[in-house]
Design a protein around this ligand. Structure first.
Ligand SMILES: C[S@@+](CC[C@H](N)C(=O)[O-])C[C@H]1O[C@@H](n2cnc3c(N)ncnc32)[C@H](O)[C@@H]1O
Length: 327
């Protein structure tokens, strides 16, 4: 039996030590307690998160983070002095934006203590000093007007009360400060991506069960673990967004100069099946040439998608980003 100290089983877990080995009782409780699920799921995946999502702190990810930020927030005001990130995970967005020269001084927060620990470790290995603490984005533990910029990447779709979280972000911003949240799933983009992923998973795991492709199958227990993780993902993924609706939420929370940008149409139709395929086959089957092919194809399709923005409705793209200013 797991004797790791438990997180509370109801309500928002208090910031504490990482808990990568949840007990069976905790996992059971997490099915009906979304914030506990966030902590358990993300503490569990923190140590392997960078590998799973191909996160690095080099030109590839610096370009990605900077382009995503610039697409919705432009290039003025760099470097931002004091930046706070919510749901920072392992520090992907803050650290790459620091490397890109967008941010001067970074603070990271995440509801998962395990993620904050890895973010600090990543900062250390880059030689950056980074403040970090476990915190729920709906109740930020900072005084009013403490930051010039609040950022997030792929996080607000996990937060139960999105408007409350934006109110908190505006509270901790100085007047004239900016909120920039990037990489959130749109309603229709997510619908298509999930179906393509499911189809890819089904086709790959069936095609590699027998015959000549059997050596491309992953051991059953590993596949089971992936399926269980996918099931818990359904508990932690709470929202998808319509860009216009998201803009109205941010206006209600007190933002001005609100704008959204959407990205990845064909790139997501390609990227999600590729990622799913990579998860379904043994890692050693896919070499560097495959990875370069996947990455370069994704880049080309992203460029095509950018060119299509004048003619394709915003809501069809996979990712939505939003920027706003505190009056
Ligand atoms: C999909 S991950 C993204 C991590 C990182 N921003 C990135 O792009 O790599 C979402 C993160 O949000 C965190 N999270 C979920 N709910 C949260 C909440 N209420 N407050 C703060 N962080 C939260 C999770 O622990 C997780 O690390």
């Amino acid at each position: 039996m797991d004797t790791t100290p438990s997180a509370p089983t109801t309500g928002a877990p208090a910031p504490g030590a990482p808990n990568p080995h949840a007990s069976a009782d905790e996992v059971e409780a997490a099915w009906s307690d979304t914030k506990l699920a966030q902590v358990l799921y993300h503490d569990w995946e923190a140590q392997t998160y960078d590998e799973k999502w191909s996160i690095s702190f080099d030109e590839r990810c610096i370009d990605y983070a900077r382009d995503r930020f610039t697409a919705v927030a432009g290039e003025s005001g760099w470097p931002y002095g004091r930046s706070l990130e919510i749901g920072a995970g392992t520090g992907f967005f803050t650290l790459n934006l620091m490397l890109a020269g967008v941010i001067d001084k970074g603070t990271v927060t995440d509801i998962s203590p395990g993620m904050v620990e890895v973010a600090k470790r990543n900062a250390d290995s880059l030689g950056f000093s980074l403040d970090g603490q476990a915190a729920d984005a709906e109740e930020l533990p900072f005084p009013d007007e403490s930051f010039d910029l609040v950022i997030g990447h792929a996080v607000i779709h996990h937060i139960p009360d999105v408007e409350k979280a934006f109110r908190e972000m505006f509270r901790v911003l100085r007047p004239g400060g900016r909120v920039v949240i990037c990489g959130e799933p749109t309603k229709r983009g997510d619908f298509v991506a999930r179906r393509l992923s499911r189809l890819t998973w089904w086709a790959t795991t069936h095609a590699t069960r027998f015959g000549p492709l059997k050596e491309w199958s992953r051991p059953a227990e590993e596949l089971d673990e992936s399926s269980r993780a996918a099931a818990l993902e359904a508990v932690v993924d709470l929202h998808t967004f319509e860009p216009d609706e998201l803009e109205r939420t941010v206006l209600r929370a007190g933002g001005v100069n609100v704008r959204t940008a959407t990205e990845e149409l064909t790139a997501s139709w390609f990227g999600w099946p590729v990622r799913t395929f990579e998860a379904a086959v043994p890692e050693d089957k896919l070499g560097m040439r495959w990875r370069m092919f996947a990455y370069k194809s994704w880049l080309r399709l992203s460029a095509l998608d950018k060119a299509l923005t004048p003619v394709v409705p915003k809501g069809l793209y996979y990712n939505v980003s939003i920027a706003a200013t505190k009056p």
